[in-house]
Design a protein around this ligand. Structure first.
Ligand SMILES: Cc1ncc(COP(=O)(O)O)c(C=O)c1O
Length: 397
């Protein structure tokens, strides 16, 4: 007699919240004004519920659950692809931005005498792997810095023009430290004219500012998941262009990135072929139902709100802070040309520590680093709350 199969226990699939009531979607506490989303996104209730349920389920590994981790992986990949050009097979799952960038560095050709372009002060995940690759190949790193009054885009364009042997530019769209934006339309056009490869670390913009794949023609794009994608730590994404989906060199060879065939066998003589598309870059150790559940719930909410609409709403919050700073006589501290969701205040050095302490005393959380207070709200913050920052700092005017 055929044995009845026990049905798999379904993991919960929490509903998304409409944009009009977005603040209610977050797990937040009392009076805290959390403005450090460039460090860590705020936790969605839906992601929290989904993560807890997955955590409970992994305590009973004998119990079948639905979706399985491979199904979760494919679901997450499909959701992520909606942030790019919609092709699921263009996206790999990796544990960190650094892992994805190291994959890009391992795949792109580079030789002695070539140059790789980075920004001065760019996030170290997008620097260290290139230092290593340049040391191995005899290539050279060119750090772009700004002349006074110059913006980053003009500084990058000038550096591109000055470097005859430029092979790779590896850049952000939004700077992690003060929210300054690069005009990737202009930069990518200059790179394409010279056939220079473009690698992008969009950890501070994906989920807010949409990448234009068609126009920029990047080779690789990476982003962490735990900031503006409202997902989990230890789960980042790597988008690869069609060429590298065929030719790219992964930095590890996990079985998950290879096709073991229907009976899942790996011959000694010949390596099993890569899995389809960018899946060849999929890293091991990511079959964690908890992280995957959190990442899926986060991304479903971001997509339901629509990154463009999130950007508009967050732009209202940073504008409200500018208005409040103007009224408090502190407008000179604020960066002006910044992304809608990320800005910085630069108090005089002598009072930086006191200004940081004043914010903390008012239960406001932000990052103080390199002489700046970095301000990065998400939709848990009401536009009216932003004045609290100016109020807390008003005695320094
Ligand atoms: C621009 C940027 N890239 C990458 C990261 C994190 O990278 P990783 O996942 O390698 O730790 C951060 C974190 O703040 C960041 O701001």
């Amino acid at each position: 007699m055929p044995q009845a199969t026990t049905p798999a226990t379904p993991l919960p699939h929490p509903a998304t919240v409409p944009l009009a009531t977005a603040a209610s979607a977050f797990v937040m506490q009392g009076d805290a004004l959390y403005l450090d989303c460039a460090a860590q996104g705020p936790r969605l209730r839906s992601a929290h519920t989904a993560g807890l349920a997955a955590f409970e389920a992994v305590a009973r590994p004998w119990q079948r659950v639905s979706p399985t981790p491979p199904e979760q992986r494919e679901k997450l990949r499909a959701l992520l692809s909606q942030l790019f050009a919609g092709e699921a097979h263009a996206v790999a799952l990796v544990p960190s931005a650094a892992f994805g960038l190291a994959t890009a560095a391992n795949s792109l050709p580079l030789a002695a005498g070539d140059t790789v372009l980075v920004l001065e002060g760019q996030f170290p995940s997008n620097l260290l792997c290139w230092q290593q690759r340049c040391a191995e190949t005899g290539a050279r790193l060119r750090g772009v810095s700004r002349e006074s009054g110059q913006d980053w885009t003009d500084a990058v364009l000038a550096a591109i023009a000055e470097e005859p042997n430029l092979r790779i530019a590896t850049l952000p769209q939004v700077r992690w430290d003060d929210g300054a934006m690069l005009d990737l339309d202009r930069i990518s056009a200059a790179l394409q004219e010279r056939e220079v490869a473009l690698v992008l670390d969009l950890s501070q913009s994906l989920g807010i500012v949409a990448p234009d794949i068609e126009r920029w023609q990047p080779d690789f794009i990476v982003s962490v998941g735990y900031k503006w994608l409202l997902g989990a730590r230890g789960l980042a994404c790597l988008w690869a262009s069609p060429r590298w989906r065929e030719d790219g060199r992964p930095i590890e060879h996990h079985w998950i990135a290879h096709d073991g065939g229907p009976d899942w066998r790996f011959a000694i003589e010949t390596a099993a072929p890569f899995a389809d598309g960018a899946r060849r870059f999929d890293a091991g150790g990511l079959d964690d139902p908890v992280r995957l559940a959190v990442a899926i719930a986060g991304l479903e909410q971001v997509l339901a709100w629509d990154p463009g609409k999130i950007a508009t709403a967050l732009g209202e919050r940073t504008s409200a802070l500018h208005d409040a700073l103007d009224a408090a006589g502190l407008s000179a501290w604020a960066t002006r040309d910044h992304a809608p969701h990320l800005m910085a205040l630069t108090p005089p050095t002598a009072i930086l520590a006191a200004a940081d302490a004043a914010l903390r005393d008012s239960n406001i959380t932000c990052t103080c680093r390199h002489g700046r207070l970095r301000i990065a709200p998400h939709l848990h913050v009401a536009t009216g709350d932003m004045a609290r920052v100016a109020d807390a700092l008003s005695r320094f005017a």
